[in-house]
Design a protein around this ligand. Sequence first.
Ligand code: NDP
Length: 568
Amino acid sequence: MESADQAYYDAIKAKFADERDLRLAYRPQGTAQYTSDFSGALAKYATDPHAEPAPDRAPIEDEVEVLFIGGGFSALLTAARMRERGVESIRIVERGADVGGTWYWNRYPGAACDVPAYDYLPLLDEMGYVPSRLYAKGPEIFAHCQAIAQRYGLYDLAVFRTTVIRTTWDTRARRWRIETDRGDRMTAKFVVCANGTLSKPKLSKIAGMEGFAGHSFHTSRWDYAYTGEELEKLEDKVVGIIGTGASAVQAIPRLARTAKALYVFQRTPSGIDIRGDRPTDPEWAGRLKPGWQQARRMKHIRGREVDAAKKAELAALSREEKIRRQENENIDHMMRIHARIDEVVQDPATAQSLKPWYMFMCKRPCFDDEYLPVYNRPNVHLVDTQGKGITQIAPEGPVFEDRAYPLDLLIYATGFEVQKTGIYNEIRGRDGREINETYASGMRTLFGVHTHGYPNLFIMGGYQASFQFNLTFMLQTQGDHIAECVKLARDGGHEEIDVKPETEEWWVQEVIAHRGKTSRNTDCTPGYYNFEGEFNRRQDGNYNGGFLQYYTHMQEIREDLASHFLFG
Ligand code: NDP
């Protein structure tokens, strides 16, 4: 019986491997299949549709104490902690025309958080705010960002529609010199790279895409002037969308409601789980006690208590058996996702096409109750490219298997470049070396935040940090830590704070020790989680020891913070 059961799991694992190999064979170029160089004919895909073109202004040439590159949640929640510690001179420099980051740019219809808002929206205690529903929608989250910036006085020195292009350590002055695309030459004592993990949109390089005759845009640059605020202008339009990741899964049900016809060009389906959204119960909200959000988040990361008998049973298993059990449970979960598709989607061939053949967490899981039923509508057509993707676009529309699909509007839901460091920005530290050159022989950081030789610089949301589905909790952990480091330097009257090489080395070894314990990354179907299947050194990725462990390490280091840094 045991072996028959295992044969079932092994057959599914083999199918997972086949589906991965098919995709790797189609795209051996890995991450190079995408471009985020939006110059020339692609420049329109980077334009901000939410603001008028930036008016001329005089270059800024002043000095602040703390400068944030980026004005999303990373900057907001860290700046709030610095304010609590008495830092007055704080500037946000942001590419968009307001704070909000992800929630400034991504205003596609249906945008909402995928983590319960009571956990996801930061600083709820401090702001005295309870989100209006379990999965707050984009506009409410954006408004929360603006409210934080108001409350903590972060608009006062903020500079919008400005992109930092160069950040250079001035050894003599012991200050960072910051240059922007608006000709600014600012100076700051501390710099926080708060430019986001997935902030630069990317496009799949598709032959002929520049020659498409219809209208087109990327999901993060939604053109409501074309679609109408309620998508009402799409009633006589044939719309296509390339990609079926988390952005597309939220936008597609709304597009389907109004578009004359909607073509979904799918390369790999997302796994769609139950959402169960609901408005906040006012009685529950009224009963919340101060500190409720932190308590809730901590309870979540500590997880369920495992009883002694279960612990003993697990301890007795071999490593192989543990992995096998985990994999089988993972497969059970994915087969439940498959069963839900069969229940909801009426056409069996379409249902089959929508089934994801990979382990849970190989790709970003999605939660939606409106996505799957969309495929029962007569105006929605799934074009299943079976792993191949769209490789050609004719003037009238995308081509698959020699058939062109004529479209009025083509939407690219093709995702974002994963932050290495800097993104639009070149960062030169004490010896003039660009930070990516320093990382060329392997990333070196403490917690993904500090790199030796780059004093007074803090990186948020980058590699060697932990991965946590509730990203804002991870960012808050980093923000609290950074605020403490700044306080330590200020209290001691120091001009410089730089991580000690030995502490950095300890963390690099921690990252290496926890990555590659299983073959999960290479077993997965390609996507941005595993660098599209490219080989990566163990240290050039996230810390995989678990978020609780990351959090605990940070608390431990904080107990004796000064001993891990050099001061000048
Ligand atoms: P993704 O990178 O997740 O998805 C890109 C999609 O484009 C994939 O389905 C990919 O297919 C597909 N694709 C790329 N090239 C082609 C092609 N030539 N033909 C057909 N399909 C193609 O981007 P998203 O913007 O959806 O999501 C990015 C991340 O942003 C999420 O993973 C999540 O972290 C975050 N996000 C969070 C949300 C939230 O919290 N509410 C909502 C939206 C996004 P393939 O899978 O085969 O590579």
